[in-house]
Design a protein around this ligand. Structure first.
Ligand code: MF3
Ligand code: CO
Length: 258
């Protein structure tokens, strides 16, 4: 069952989303050659504590850290470690939090210094696919319209979508219904209604579409070693365009003074 959220619940989810956005943007500024992924994780932990937000991924099915850091051929769920970023890397930063009982979830992929033209195109096309998916998330449309919008943009640019991981409803739980695949057929799937809140999160491989999980039981990587990118927003379906909840709001520190 897909639960529609009330205005009050969406207001709470908006607060969570703003914190996710703000902390991801602050983390983006700390991505440089030489920084370790664990240093990025520590920074995020510190900021969430300052803002009164709780990490959602830490302890989730035993996941050990706050941030997911997925470098180059890593698709999602890379675990922060002593790995040092190098010029030319790309890094996905995926953050879930809980504020006042409500979850927020978003991801960006960031260039480390100068990156190749192909990697730059991969980042651009993946973010564009997310925005096209969001444009398709209108009341009366179906989940398949979002999926098809994402997939067609990715494939028109010569890349492939990952099929093993999907977007998801979100609210008082990290993962709720519906599932939001990055592939599918327009006109199929659940009808979108005002008040539905879910993530859209294209994971796009520069090469073939497959994935496998490393021995650490978390890190998903491409089969062919090609780079992969991930962008994610939490959105609310409204009577008009979807509202991006993981977006800029009034200064977060002011907003969390309740
Ligand atoms: N943030 C991820 C999502 O998009 C979930 C990560 S779960 C973790 O749903 F345990 F790997 F962190
Ligand atoms: Co998500």
């Amino acid at each position: 069952m897909i639960v529609c959220k009330s205005r009050e619940e969406i207001a709470k989810l908006r607060m969570s989303g703003r914190i996710v956005h703000e902390v991801l943007e602050e983390t983006r500024e700390r991505v440089h050659p030489g920084v370790t992924t664990l240093e990025l994780d520590r920074f995020v932990e510190k900021r969430l504590a300052e803002l009164g937000a709780v990490p959602a991924s830490k302890g989730y099915h035993g996941y050990p850290r706050t941030l997911c850091t997925s470098v180059n051929e890593e698709i999602v769920h890379g675990i922060p470690s002593n790995r040092r970023l190098r010029e030319g890397d790309i890094i996905g930063l995926d953050l879930g939090i809980i504020l006042d009982g409500f979850y927020g979830d978003a991801a960006i992929t960031v260039a480390v210094g100068e990156i190749s033209p192909l990697a730059a195109k991969l980042l651009r096309v993946t973010e564009e696919a997310l925005m096209r998916g969001i444009q398709a998330a209108r009341a009366g449309n179906r989940i398949g319209d979002i999926s098809a919008a994402v997939e067609s943009h990715v494939e028109a640019n010569g890349f492939s979508v990952v099929r093993e991981f999907v977007g998801h409803g979100i609210g008082r739980q990290y993962h709720e219904e519906p599932q939001v695949p990055n592939f599918g057929v327009a006109g199929r799937g659940p009808v979108l209604k005002e008040g539905m809140v879910f993530t859209i999160e294209p994971m796009v491989n520069a090469g073939e579409s497959g994935s496998r999980v490393l021995d650490d039981q978390w890190t998903a990587v491409t089969l062919d070693g090609a780079y992969s990118a991930h962008f994610e927003h939490t959105i609310a379906v409204t009577a008009e365009e979807a509202e991006i909840l993981t977006a800029l709001g009034p200064a977060v520190e002011a907003a969390v003074e309740r």
